[in-house]
Design a protein around this ligand. Structure first.
Ligand SMILES: Cc1cc2nc3c(=O)[nH]c(=O)nc-3n(C[C@H](O)[C@H](O)[C@H](O)COP(=O)(O)O)c2cc1C
Length: 352
C-alpha cells in the first residue's frame, strides 16, 4: 500500500511553457525537452524552490499542460511564458521516480483511494513536482493528488463518502450538461472503475476510446453522417437525433468496444455467440462501474446505444474493427431529472 504524506498547501503560482490539447494527446517528453529546456535557465532564475512543476488545467474546451517553476507573483511574465495560479488545497503526495510514475498513478487510482480515508477533491488541481536534480541517478518526483476526507470513515473493505446503494439510487441519465470540463483526475478514476469490473475468466474484453475537445466535432460529424445514411436506406434512426444533442454538449464521450466481438452483421458460430454473451455482461458491469463512479464524483452520465445509427462511420473514424457496444457521455449535470418509474418489485422478483 502506498504511503503518501498528506499536506495542506497554500495557493501558489507556476510560470512556464504550455501546450494545448486533450488528455492522451500530450507528448510530455517532447514538451519538457523541446519547449521547457530552452527556457530552463531563465525560468529557474525566478523559481522559489529550485524544482519543476507539471500540471494540466482546462481552458475553454481544451486542456493546457504547463511545464514550469513555482514563483513569487511576478509583475510581468517573461516573454513566451504563461502562468497558472494553483488554488490552496489538501494533497496526498506520492514520491516516485520518473520510471515508476505510471505504475504509481495506476496504484493511486486503482487501489490507494479505496483503502484510504480520503477521496479525490474534484475542484482542486493536481500536479507533478520534479525535485531539483543533482545529476546523480534517476530524477525524483512527487505526484500531488488533491484530496478531501471521506465523509464516512473507511470500513475494513475501504469506505467512501457515498454508499454504493446511494449512488445506484441517485444516478439518473443526464441529457443536459454544463460546458465545464471533467478534470483529468476524475476521468482517470472513472476509467479505472471500468477497468476494475469483473469479467468472465478475467478476460477484460473492453476497450475504451475517450473523445474530448475538438475531436467532439469529428465525432458529431460521424453521427450525422450515419443518421443520414440510415435514413436514405429507409431505416428508423429513432432517438439518435436527440441523443446527438447530448453528445454535442457533453465535454467527454467514451466509446466502449468488445475487443473479442465483431460487428453484428458478421456471421458467426454458436460458440462465439455464447462467448459474446459472457463478454457483454462483463462490459455492462464496466459501464455501470463508470456511471456510479461519475455519480460519486458529482458528475452526470448518459449510457448511449443510439451510436449504432452511425456504427460504421464511428468505427472507421476510430479505426476499430471489433464490436461497438455503447458510448457514455460524461459531464457536469445541468438538470436534476426525477427518477423514472421502475416496475413493481413483486412483478419482477420471483421467490422460488
Ligand atoms: C443499454 C442502454 C442504452 C441506452 N441508450 C440510450 C440512448 O441511446 N439515448 C438516450 O437518451 N438514453 C439511453 N439510455 C438511457 C435510458 O433511456 C435510461 O437509462 C432509462 O430511461 C432509465 O432512466 P435513468 O437512467 O435516468 O434511470 C440507455 C440506457 C442503457 C442501459
Amino acid at each position: 500500500m502506498l504511503e503518501p504524506r498528506i499536506v495542506d498547501r497554500e495557493s501558489f503560482t507556476v510560470i512556464g511553457v504550455g501546450a494545448t490539447g486533450q488528455l492522451g494527446e500530450f507528448n510530455y517528453g517532447e514538451i519538457w525537452e523541446k519547449q521547457y529546456m530552452p527556457m530552463d535557465a531563465l525560468l529557474k532564475s525566478y523559481s522559489i524552490d529550485g524544482g519543476c512543476y507539471g500540471l494540466t488545467f482546462s481552458e475553454g474546451d481544451h486542456l493546457v499542460y504547463l511545464a514550469g517553476v513555482a514563483v513569487a507573483k511576478l509583475p510581468v511574465l517573461p516573454a513566451g511564458t504563461r502562468e497558472f495560479v494553483i488554488p490552496a488545497a489538501k494533497y496526498a503526495v506520492f514520491e516516485c521516480l520518473m520510471s515508476t510514475m505510471t505504475a504509481t498513478v495506476q496504484e493511486v487510482y486503482g487501489q490507494w483511494f479505496y483503502k484510504s480515508e480520503f477521496e479525490l477533491d474534484n475542484r482542486a488541481v493536481g500536479f507533478e513536482y520534479y525535485l531539483p536534480y543533482n545529476g546523480v541517478g534517476e530524477m525524483q518526483m512527487e505526484i500531488y493528488v488533491p484530496v478531501k476526507p471521506k465523509e464516512s470513515p473507511p470500513s475494513e473493505q475501504g469506505g467512501s463518502s457515498m454508499k454504493v446503494f446511494e449512488a445506484i439510487a441517485n444516478r439518473r441519465s443526464i441529457r443536459n450538461f454544463k460546458p465545464d470540463l471533467v478534470s483529468e483526475e476524475a476521468l482517470r478514476k472513472i476509467l479505472q472503475a471500468g477497468l476494475l469490473a469483473p469479467s468472465g475468466k478475467n478476460n477484460q474484453p473492453w476497450k475504451f476510446y475517450v473523445v474530448q475537445g475538438e475531436k467532439r466535432a469529428e465525432m458529431i460529424a460521424q453521427m450525422r453522417a450515419g443518421i443520414v445514411r440510415n435514413e436514405s436506406q429507409g431505416n428508423d434512426t429513432g432517438s439518435a437525433k436527440y441523443t446527438i444533442r447530448v453528445m454535442e454538449q457533453a465535454p467527454v464521450t467514451v466509446f466502449v468496444y468488445d475487443r473479442f466481438g465483431s460487428p453484428p452483421w458478421m456471421p458467426q458460430s454458436i460458440d462465439q455467440n455464447f462467448f459474446d454473451v459472457v463478454n457483454l455482461q462483463s462490459i455492462g458491469a464496466a459501464i455501470q462501474n463508470m456511471l456510479l463512479t461519475a455519480e460519486e464524483l458529482g458528475l452526470g452520465s448518459l449510457w448511449i446505444c443510439d451510436v449504432f445509427s452511425a456504427y460504421e462511420e464511428l468505427s472507421t473514424w476510430l479505426g476499430e474493427n471489433s464490436a461497438l457496444i455503447a458510448a457514455i457521455s460524461f459531464g457536469v449535470p445541468d438538470e436534476h431529472p426525477v427518477a423514472r418509474k421502475r416496475k413493481d418489485f413483486d412483478d419482477l422478483v420471483h421467490w422460488v
